[in-house]
Design a protein around this ligand. Structure first.
Ligand SMILES: [Fe+2]
Ligand SMILES: [Fe+2]
Length: 275
């Protein structure tokens, strides 16, 4: 996106109609976009934060205030394209999500992870699983990210790839010295040295260890760990052929193929829709 286009994006600095200063200070203005350009219409758009994003934070207490804002005649809730986000094509493919929706850090992490797996001479199933393993963090939700990601891709990839993605979340917490995998240093920083995963994660790990695809998922965790270099830029094109052979891109576009997970892709296309 050019600098000019960047400058034309709607500013988020707009004051609510009648909110007391205390509510403004609480950050509510972050959810209100000033009138959009004529290409959309002149009304203000309110973004209603998803429950999963605000639960347990002060913003959870202000849903009523946001609902009240939307009752003003020149104000509506955000639905459809948010001009603050790049427009997605009508029939989006996996690459479009990487380039137009995924967060920069997560995108880079996924591409680097797939590159490391390739350099290590691993098979295409492992490379695909590495490329996709954190897409939920990149574009949807972080909590339970392995499970979300596995469901998102299940209709389009080999069952082994989806399984490996799902289980990598639990396997990350448990060393496997037979293949040189140790507990991630990053997790000590993220969660503290005293963090201990909950029972369901322990049970998932124990079950996964017995599974015939265990090593596929374990390889995801091995190629996960060394691949956080923020200065390295990897182009998605590097994996276009692997993706072509291992990801069944629906003709109608991801989000519009009527699959049981289409809504997850649509949520990434229009993440700010009120409903
Ligand atoms: Fe992960
Ligand atoms: Fe990862």
């Amino acid at each position: 996106m050019s600098e000019t286009a960047e400058a034309q994006r709607p500013s988020s600095r707009v004051l609510p109609h009648e909110l007391p200063a205390a509510l403004r200070d609480a950050g509510l203005v972050n959810w209100i976009r000033e009138p959009l350009d004529d290409a959309v219409d002149r009304r203000r758009r309110i973004i209603f934060p998803p429950a999963a994003a605000v639960k347990g934070t002060p913003a959870d207490g202000y849903q009523g205030a946001l609902l009240a804002e939307a009752r003003h005649p020149d104000t509506v809730f955000m639905m459809g394209d948010n001009p603050a986000l790049p427009k997605m094509p009508e029939r989006p493919v996996l690459r479009d999500f990487f380039e137009l929706r995924f967060s920069k850090i997560a995108r880079s992490h996924l591409l680097q992870s797939a590159r490391v797996a390739t350099a290590n001479g691993l098979g295409e199933k492992v490379i695909m699983a590495c490329l996709l393993h954190d897409i939920a963090i990149a574009g949807l939700l972080s909590a339970n990210h392995g499970y979300w990601a596995a469901q998102m891709v299940a209709p389009y990839v080999d069952a082994e790839v989806a399984w490996a993605i799902e289980k990598h979340e639990a396997l990350r917490y448990f060393p496997d010295e037979s293949v040189g995998y140790t507990y991630p240093e990053a997790y000590i920083d993220y969660f503290g040295p005293d963090y201990s995963p909950p029972g369901y994660i322990r049970a998932e790990h124990a079950a996964a260890r017995q599974h015939r695809w265990y090593m596929t998922s374990r390889l995801v965790t091995i190629n996960d760990i060394y691949s956080f270099d923020r200065d390295v830029v990897v182009d998605f094109g590097e994996f276009e052929d692997v993706v072509g052979r291992n990801f069944r891109q629906p003709r109608e576009g991801l989000g519009f193929d009527g699959s049981p997970v289409a809504h997850m892709w649509r949520t990434m296309i229009w993440p700010n829709n009120f409903l």
